[in-house]
Design a protein around this ligand. Structure first.
Ligand code: M6R
Length: 611
């Protein structure tokens, strides 16, 4: 969704802000803009479309050593030049960029219009520019930071903002109400962004603003207050970014790079966290739970999209191995059901970005009702990481492509560690724990073995990419994998498809199968195999072209399927790490064959920060 980048220092700000915004492109956007102050005048450049369109319209950029920039994902008002950020007040005193939604914008707008104000855009953000400017013009605020604080007290909703004023040309004011803002500290210059990845290459010294904080930023440093004007002490954290982690490194698309990175990402998730001697997992981030692990009577895992599918695998592992009743819930649905929160229920919020609005609101609701929430996230310092009671970082490295791939396998790895820890503390014998640890330690090599089939999968994708419909079927631990395969294909190739359980399939979707309809069947050698073979017979009888992921020695599946991607020997709890790989590659190559925009599929954003 929207991205923010700001700079104040001695260098020309335009190229720095544009580069930062480019790094945030992966979040998805439809227009962009930059505001600077030069010779005590506010200058604003805006353009609908990609950043390259903005660059083309302003080949020289705007001059100035201070700038704020924004990539917009339209919410209030269409994709027009007027609605692009930054927004200025009528007197061009201030310029504002904003991520989030102001819920009472209409109400404030009406009140301001009655007092004679006129608005140029349909956005909620313009209201904020008016409010801040009025505080200054009417003398209620003696500084920009004071004016921003006063304006924020009038709004309801979410706001990550940067503000410039020609009255204070050497200051940027930033604020965080729900929507993330981070400062990057360097010598004689300060960077501000909505996501630390925009700061790569500039600094590794980061300050995360907390909720309801306002920062007055200069080239030499910053000062932070809360909305009640109390000074807030902030800690400078060290974050290691490797610039090459966010480079394509010879790959054509981030999605393919991230699929290929999965073995390394899984190893990073596991590093230092398994204990072969005791056959268990060591998770420092869950120490908080201590002996309560014995007492939880239920585990509720929640997330959205791919993270929800990882939750589905986690549910299976918790029930099967730790013998704790578990559920995987769509975060938004869980909250909208007015959840019954109990003390013996552990909640687990799963999110790659750590910023997904539905996950964040649900975790807040659960905590407000006294529930305990653990987090599984990739982004260090993200809102979900900071607001959960305890948690596990997946350390998958930056995931740039909108389609989530390595985050899924790393989330499943982290959930496996969690389930192993719970299982060993409760019921699982040591030798079974050791077998599982062995399985996890071998997983990255096995994923490598799956990646080797990429050319064969590419050929399949080219053969079937013009199909009207593709079905993905799995049972048990493979059911969420089937759903994940379908999500990937519809998300980037725009092919209608379903991810179904073998049972589900018979209750309606089977009618979609015609001669040569492609069906991906996930048939690892586990307790679901026999039933799956039954499903394959039904599918074959109706003409389906079955593409199976199965053990190479499974002759029955080989007879029924058009094609089999062979699974190397593996621990049954690790099969999702392997079986998802051909499905990711199939989606990728189908989308390439169809000429889709792989890393930025239409209508989608990387991080969905509005509910
Ligand atoms: O950052 P999150 O894991 O919370 O994101 C959740 C979903 O928006 C995300 O997984 C989405 O479904 C992906 N684009 C799927 O590839």
């Amino acid at each position: 969704m929207c991205g923010i980048m700001g700079y104040i220092g001695k260098r020309e700000a335009w190229p720095i802000v544009m580069t930062g915004l480019k790094r945030l492109e992966y979040r998805g956007y439809d227009s962009a803009g930059v505001g600077t102050i030069y010779k005590n005048r506010l200058r604003v450049a805006k353009q609908v479309g990609h950043l390259s369109a903005l660059d083309r319209s302003y080949p020289e950029g705007l001059p100035g050593n201070v700038a704020i920039g924004h990539t917009r994902w339209a919410t209030h008002g269409g994709i027009t030049q007027e609605n692009c950020h930054p927004h200025v007040d009528p007197g061009r005193l201030v310029a504002v960029v904003h991520n989030g939604i102001i819920d009472n914008a209409e109400e404030i707008k009406e009140a301001l219009q009655k007092e004679g104000a006129s608005f140029r855009s349909e956005t909620d953000t313009e209201v904020l520019a008016h409010l801040i400017a009025r505080e200054l013009e009417e003398g209620r605020a003696s500084s920009l930071v004071e004016a921003v604080r006063a304006a924020l007290l009038r709004i309801h909703g979410t706001a990550g903002i940067l503000v410039l004023s020609r009255l204070e040309p050497e200051v940027i004011v930033a604020a965080r109400i729900g929507s993330p803002v981070v400062l990057g500290i360097s010598d004689e210059e300060t960077f501000i962004a909505s996501d630390p990845s925009a700061l790569v290459g500039h600094t590794t010294r980061i300050v995360f603003l907390d909720d309801s904080e306002v920062a007055e930023i200069t080239a030499r440093g910053f000062r932070t207050i809360d909305l009640q004007n109390r000074l807030r002490e902030k800690r400078v954290e060290q974050i290691e970014f490797a610039p090459d982690e966010i480079a394509l490194q010879g790959y054509r698309h981030y999605m393919l790079k991230e699929i290929a990175e999965q073995p390394a990402a899984i190893d990073r998730t596991l590093r230092g966290r398994t204990d072969m001697t005791s056959g268990t997992a060591r998770l420092g981030g869950l120490k908080e739970l201590g002996r309560r692990i014995f007492d939880f009577g239920r585990i509720t895992l929640f997330g959205c999209g791919t993270s929800l599918h990882a939750a589905g695998v986690g549910q299976f592992l918790m029930e099967r191995y730790a013998r704790i009743p578990a559920g995987a819930e769509d975060a938004a649905e869980l909250r909208s059901r007015n959840p019954i929160v109990s003390q013996d229920n552990l909640y687990v919020a799963i999110s790659q970005s750590g910023e997904t609005a539905d996950v964040l609101s649900t975790l807040r609701e659960i905590k407000m009702r006294g529930g305990m929430v653990a987090g599984i996230t990739n982004m260090v310092g993200s809102s979900i990481a900071r607001e959960t009671d305890c948690g596990v970082y997946i350390h998958a490295g930056p995931e740039i492509s909108v389609a989530s791939t390595k985050a899924f396998t790393s989330q499943v790895t982290a959930l496996s560690l969690m389930a192993l820890l719970f299982a060993r503390m409760r019921d699982l014998p040591a030798h079974e724990g050791r077998e599982w640890v062995g399985g996890l330690n071998d997983a990255s090599n096995e994923v490598h073995a799956m990646l080797v089939h990429r050319d064969r999968i590419k050929a399949l994708a080219e053969e079937y990419c013009r199909s009207q419909y593709v079905m993905f079927v799995g049972r048990g631990i493979s059911y969420p994998v089937a759903r994940e395969g379908a999500l990937k294909l519809k998300e980037i190739a725009y092919i209608p498809c379903d991810g179904l359980s073998g049972a589900d399939m018979k209750h309606g979707p089977l009618s979609l199968i015609e001669q040569d309809s492609p069906v991906w069947a996930i048939v690892p050698p586990d307790e679901t195999r026999e039933r799956m073979v039954g499903n394959l017979q039904e599918l074959k009888a109706r003409g389906a072209a079955i593409l199976a992921v199965a053990a190479p020695e499974d002759e029955e599946v080989a007879r029924l399927a058009q094609f089999v991607i062979p699974l190397p020997p593996h621990h049954p709890a690790c099969s999702p790490l392997l079986t998802v790989v051909p499905l990711q590659l199939f989606a990728y190559y189908a989308a390439v064959a169809l000429g889709r925009n792989i890393d930025k599929p239409r209508n989608l954003a990387k991080s969905v920060t509005v509910e």
